[in-house]
Ligand binder design. Structure first.
Ligand SMILES: [Zn+2]
Length: 131
């Protein structure tokens, strides 16, 4: 494009004319925010790929916590002692909430029970409890 002030040919990367220092008005200014959004999206894609690679590399890693112990502690939620299984696997914060709400009024206990029995319940490191 050309500078409106001095008419010099100026590259698109300049905000001020390098010759006369006047501010350049780009007709394509409106297209700049989408470019920024694209960059953010690219960054998210990069992060997502990193996570996929991380999961792939650790796919066979499982928790050292015992499944039967986790299951037993979870079942105590049905007699009013909710969340002990969450303390056991290191999820103390939600364990406290479960304990104070009697396992999320049993819904949380039942939900965790289905996760434990299907080997998809995870410890505080995100590792599945399977053995
Ligand atoms: Zn100029």
């Amino acid at each position: 494009m050309n500078c409106k002030n001095c008419g010099a040919e100026v590259g698109n990367e300049y905000r001020l004319c390098p010759y006369c220092r006047s501010e350049l008005e780009y007709p394509t200014n409106n297209s700049q925010p989408p470019i920024i959004i694209n960059n953010v999206m690219n960054n998210q894609n990069t992060n997502r790929n990193t996570n996929i690679n991380y999961n792939h590399a650790h796919r066979n890693v499982i928790s050292s916590k015992s499944k039967s112990t986790t299951l037993l502690l979870c079942l105590l939620g049905f007699i009013g002692l909710g969340g002990l299984h969450r303390f056991y696997v290191g999820k103390a914060t939600s364990g406290i909430i479960y304990f104070l709400t009697m396992g999320g009024f049993l819904f949380g206990t039942i939900y965790d029970l289905t996760k434990i029995t299907s080997d998809t319940f995870t410890d505080s490191n995100g590792l599945p409890i399977k053995k």
